[in-house]
Design a protein around this ligand. Structure first.
Ligand SMILES: [Fe+2]
Length: 306
């Protein structure tokens, strides 16, 4: 049987009714999307002749995997696809250029201490790893210094765990997380205990999927950023360490050309010089963060360090 089966009047009527097409209430955009989504699932079932057992196995997987949805989405390439789609739409309206955007990932926590100056991100000792020094400038499309930017920076510790999400419970809240308020010159500098790459939780839903696909669930060491500044488009990006073994093989597809600096390493220290170039905001909305749900916590003022 082929997918033309879906075009049978009985199936099309089922889709209309399931999506509330004839109902006056509800959200018309959602109805249209939901109808197409349901039809796509039906087409998949027919195209691959999915059995009832296989279908319910997939439903069980979905039901059990909700806690890892933030890893499954990048692991499937969909989060990177969103970036590629936004890039393509930018290109259509001539809004390309600047530092590439890349995936946010699921581990940002709002409310990190707002600090100024040459900032130390690491509260916890995290012995045995290099100290990372990273600095550079935030510029606009013409290379102009961007004044009054806020750089949100977050990364894992040397074990690959993020504060607030560390199952060992050993990290101080907001360890390796800060919002850095910049001045008129747009220059930033911070140091921290160098992060390691990490893998998805062994045996978890993402790991199961990766193994079933013959893939791995590793990310190279990386540092996440949001950069916001009045009049400029908020940038979501990250740098991945160019000398990490997984630099070119990131399970989450977060590594992009232009975002792979190779740290210069000497003894206990690693240096990265990296400039970020923002685009000008074309609308008020460009300056906002996406409406993605994010964890939130409150930082205690005495923990703020400059
Ligand atoms: Fe990350």
């Amino acid at each position: 049987m082929d997918v033309s089966f879906i075009q049978k009047p009985e199936i099309q009527q089922l889709l209309d009714r399931a999506a509330g097409v004839q109902e006056s209430g509800g959200n018309s955009r959602l109805k249209a999307i939901f109808r197409d989504l349901t039809q796509s699932v039906m087409e998949l079932i027919v195209k691959h002749d999915i059995s009832e057992s296989e279908f319910w196995l997939a439903m069980k997987y979905l039901a059990d995997s909700s806690a890892e949805i933030g890893l499954i989405v990048p692991g499937t390439g969909i989060e990177h696809f969103l970036d590629l789609y936004m890039d393509a739409k930018d290109a259509e309206v001539g809004a390309s250029g600047g530092t590439p955007r890349t995936i946010e990932g699921p581990l940002y926590v709002a409310g990190a201490p707002l600090v100024e100056g040459d900032v130390n991100l690491s509260i916890d000792p995290d012995e045995g790893t290099q100290t990372l020094y990273m600095s550079g400038a935030i510029t606009g499309p013409e290379g102009e210094a961007v004044p009054n930017a806020i750089v949100h920076v977050w990364h894992a510790n040397s074990k690959g765990w993020y504060s607030h999400f560390d199952p060992t419970g050993e990290q101080t809240p907001f360890n390796n997380r800060r919002r850095i308020k910049l001045g008129k010159d747009g220059r930033y500098a911070f140091h921290s205990k160098q992060p390691s790459g990490y893998s998805v939780p062994p045996g978890g839903a993402t790991d199961q999927l990766m193994q079933a696909l013959g893939r791995h669930g590793n990310r190279p060491a990386h540092v996440h950023f949001f950069i916001e500044a009045p009049g400029y488009r908020t940038l979501t990006t990250q740098i991945n360490f160019g000398d990490d073994p997984f630099a070119a093989d990131d399970f989450a597809f977060g590594t992009r050309e232009g975002l792979l600096p190779v740290p210069s390493r000497q003894g206990d220290t690693a240096y990265i010089a990296f400039d970020f170039q923002l685009q000008r905001a074309a609308s008020e909305d460009d300056q906002n963060f996406s409406a993605r749900y994010r964890a939130e916590a409150t930082s205690e003022p005495e923990k703020e360090i400059a």
